[in-house]
Design a binder for this molecule. Sequence first.
Ligand SMILES: [Cu+2]
Length: 124
Amino acid sequence: MATPKNLDLSLAKKSAGGVYYVELLPPAQTPAINQMHSWTVKLATAEGAPVRGAKFLVDGGMPQHGHGLPTQPRVTREIEAGSYALDGMKFSMTGWWEMKLSIDGPQGADKVTFNTVVNNPSGR
Ligand SMILES: [Cu+2]
C-alpha cells in the first residue's frame, strides 16, 4: 500500500492541545528492520522552555495495516533537562508508522502523534 502523499513527516511540533512543543530525535544510525533502538524526546513548553519531570505513555502502529507497535516502548529516563530517552522501539516492517506520545507534565496532559516512514535500509 502506498504511503499517503500528504503525510506530515515533521519530527517537531506542538502537542494536540498546544500545551507542549515536542521534538523526536531518531537514532543516529538508521536501525535495521526488527532491530531494537532508541529515540530521544525533547519536551518544551509552547514558549520553548525545557520541561522537566514529565511522564509519557508510548503507543503507535501502522494505520494502513491496523496493527500496533511490535514492542512496548517506554520513556525510561530524563537524560538532561527536558530531554528523555525513548527505549525499546522496533519497526517490524517497512512503511508508514505512527508514534504517539501521551504526555503528563507540570503544565498538564496532552498528546502528540508523529509520522515516520520506514524504508528498507538495503533498498537505498
Ligand atoms: Cu504493518
